[in-house]
Write a protein that binds this ligand. Structure first.
Ligand SMILES: *Cc1c(COP(=O)(O)O)cnc(C)c1O
Length: 438
């Protein structure tokens, strides 16, 4: 650690390189064991092997040029066609992207450029319910679209009246989530879409998280409100293949109601001395592996596979929720019915509870609105329901008896959450990033 690494004069052997990498990961999150509750969607070793092979097979290919790689072009268009059908799209058009953030960036840029061209809007705004993913704030920041943030309703869903009140002549986009990440609840998509239709603005549904879960949950008999192109007024939708699509990392998609709308996403430059340049999304080079693996997982699982995994995830999530509400002092945030949810407490310090659980090897995300711990359930968690709930009960009981929590991030979260000046909080996080990124 003391010496900063530099390129060695001589290379190492294949085996030594891999050995060193495997050693370096020894402190990484133990997602295969179901100990982490975000970041990784593990659906079994057979799927991992397939993805690894499909990815490596096309690792060198570049999706920037569909002409050079008709295979990738075919994978991409088939994945989009399958997704479009799942989301009741007719005549929809889209692209694969590197992840949910890129899909969202593209949807916001498209809305901005559409409004500029079709409505002459030069000071664009978009209306964002408080639970939307920060990628929308990032898009606002990158593309100069003013974010108009509106608070949630008491059920933690987007507040339709507050959204209506936030619209004005410069609004180019309304956003709803299906579901939103923090509380796992689906926004009132039909009502928000109607607002958008009435106001003549675009409406994006962020189904990054739920896109490849909700259609199967619905088929399994769960109560899933309409959230996709079946709803008039939905003009675009994002869905992450690398979440509940179980694809390899680096795969999401964005769909638009029409190819005319998608036009505003594309970028072309015909005057480069290097030749004609055309790029569908943010990325230039597009890793072929991610596109190939996304196609492979659709083929491998089929509807039957997705239904099986969705059932497992939803059953596991329900068992966890039941165990949590049966634990003295704990309650759910809102009324989550899907695979992602948060829990909080009126009597315990949930951040201290998070630290106590972490000392037992469970990595739970901390949330701040309201203070809560967060679970994102995947097939990897089916086997840990009992042990997780037993530890949760023990940790909550310990705190209730006044036992001190092990040292962790509780103090930090308490401090960050209560800083009245949010710029100060942002500044603190920037300093932290400087130190992390060296
Ligand atoms: C994960 C997520 C995103 C962002 O996706 P990335 O792949 O992390 O960029 C956007 N919206 C929701 C609701 C998400 O859960």
């Amino acid at each position: 650690m003391s010496q900063s690494p530099r390129l060695a004069a001589q290379g190492m052997s294949h085996q030594d390189v891999l050995d060193q990498m495997r050693e370096l990961r020894s402190d990484d999150a133990r997602w295969k064991e179901g100990r982490t509750w975000s970041l990784v969607y593990h659906a079994g070793d057979d799927i991992r092997r397939l993805l690894a092979e499909a990815y490596t097979e096309f690792m060198s290919e570049n999706g920037l040029s569909p002409l050079a790689f008709p295979s990738l072009q075919r994978f991409e268009s088939e994945v989009l066609a399958i997704a479009s059908e799942l989301f009741h799209g007719e005549g929809t058009a889209g692209t694969l992207t590197s992840g949910g953030t890129e899909s969202i960036l593209m949807a916001v840029k498209t809305a901005r450029d559409y409004a500029r061209a079709e409505r002459g809007i030069t000071a664009p705004e978009m209306v964002l319910p408080a639970s939307v993913h920060p990628a929308f704030q990032k898009a606002a920041h990158y593309f100069g679209v003013k974010p108009v943030n509106v608070p949630l309703g008491p059920d933690y869903r987007a507040d339709v009246e507050a959204t209506r009140a936030a619209l004005n002549a410069n609004t180019v986009l309304i956003v709803g989530s299906a579901p939103a990440y923090p509380h796992g609840v689906v926004d009132p998509i039909e009502q928000l879409a109607q607002l958008a239709l009435d106001a003549g603005v675009l409406f994006h549904v962020d189904a990054c998280l739920g896109g490849f879960l909700l259609p199967f949950a619905k088929k399994l008999g769960h109560d899933v409100p309409p959230f996709d192109f079946a709803v008039p007024g939905v003009s675009s939708l994002s869905a992450d293949l690398h979440k509940y699509g179980y694809a390899a990392k680096g795969a999401s998609l964005v769909l638009y109601r029409s190819a005319e709308l998608r036009r505003y996403q594309f970028f072309t430059y015909a005057d480069w001395c290097g030749g004609i340049y055309a790029s569908p999304s943010m990325a230039g080079t597009r890793p072929g592996g991610a596109i190939a693996a996304a196609w492979a997982i659709f083929k491998y699982l089929g509807e039957e596979g997705y239904l099986r995994l969705a059932r497992q995830v939803l059953d596991t999530a329900r068992a966890l929720r039941e165990g949590i509400v049966a634990t003295p002092g704990l309650k759910l945030v809102g009324d989550p019915r899907l695979s992602v949810f948060a829990f909080s407490s009126d009597v315990l310090d949930v951040y201290a509870l998070g630290d106590a659980m972490e000392a037992r090897g469970w990595k739970l995300d901390r949330q701040m609105g309201p203070p809560a711990l967060h679970l994102m359930v995947t097939p990897a968690h089916a086997k840990v329901v009992k042990s997780f709930l037993a530890d949760l009960r023990a940790c909550a009981g310990g705190l209730e008896r006044g036992e001190p929590a092990p040292e962790g991030s509780a103090a930090l979260y308490g401090m960050l959450g209560s800083m009245p000046d949010r710029r100060e909080a942002a500044d603190f996080i920037l300093q932290f990033m400087d130190s992390i990124y060296g």
